[in-house]
Design a binder for this molecule. Structure first.
Ligand SMILES: C[S@@+](CC[C@H](N)C(=O)[O-])C[C@H]1O[C@@H](n2cnc3c(N)ncnc32)[C@H](O)[C@@H]1O
Length: 216
């Protein structure tokens, strides 16, 4: 039922999270999260009646009526602060994702993880996260129907990272080596596409690999 784009979003969800799936459409992300038992609470939201009804039918057909709470309304404005700790917004333009986040500051600031998969304008999302003091802690790429999608996981910055100020240690070198290997996989995946290869993210990923290699 789910493609690799939705799977990539789902794989950033931490076990035990309370999740909102904004713009659930068919409800596949919420349904798969519920099936895997990853989240302790799942709220699926939809602004439009047609997809809302489709999600309702799919959730019912999956026997998950009591597990996924489906709400009709705009973005995060139909949630209260503190209801969820993980906000997933996938399959929408970067401008719309930005608006949804900006329009609900209390809900966003009470969350601990944002999982965002913009279809375009990812730069707007990166800039917004930096402005809001959220740190991109992980990223992934997923290919579905020949299109490569970027998925971002961000966490709230609690304190300035001191990692680069500490002395080198075997554990730190191992940590950097793992991060480098992960970034190299991202580079290898992006290299398959001309547009990804010429993107800002590609250059930034190479720069990060270079920095980490010098720190190892
Ligand atoms: C292209 S679909 C993506 C569905 C799903 N999230 C995915 O990644 O496959 C976008 C969905 O977001 C819904 N949507 C658009 N703006 C919204 C908003 N402000 N609040 C909630 N849902 C919204 C649309 O009705 C549509 O069903």
């Amino acid at each position: 039922m789910i493609d690799s784009r939705i799977r990539a979003v789902m794989e950033f969800v931490r076990a035990g999270s309370r999740v909102v799936d904004v713009g659930a459409d068919h409800g596949y992300l919420s349904i798969e999260l519920a099936r895997r038992g990853l989240a302790t609470k799942i709220i699926a939201t939809e602004k439009n009646r047609g997809p809302f009804e489709a999600a309702r039918q799919n959730i019912s057909a999956a026997g998950l009526d009591g597990v996924i709470e489906l709400r009709l309304g705009d973005g995060l404005q139909i949630l209260s602060a503190g209801e969820v700790d993980t906000i997933c917004i996938a399959g929408m333009g970067g401008g719309l994702i930005k608006k949804i986040l900006v329009d609900a500051p209390d809900v966003v600031s009470s969350a601990r993880q944002l999982i965002l998969q913009p279809m375009n304008d990812i730069k707007k999302i990166r800039e917004l996260l930096a402005e809001m003091n959220w740190l991109i802690d992980d990223e992934d790429l997923a290919e579905a129907a020949g299109i490569i999608y970027e998925v971002i996981s961000a966490v709230k910055v609690v304190a300035a990272p001191k990692i680069f100020k500490r002395e080198s240690s075997p554990l730190r070198r191992k940590f950097f080596a793992q991060r480098i290997a992960k970034l190299q996989r991202v580079v290898a995946e992006m290299s398959k596409s001309d547009s990804a290869r010429s993107s800002e993210k590609f250059a930034a990923t190479l720069a990060e690999i270079d920095t980490l290699q010098r720190l190892c």
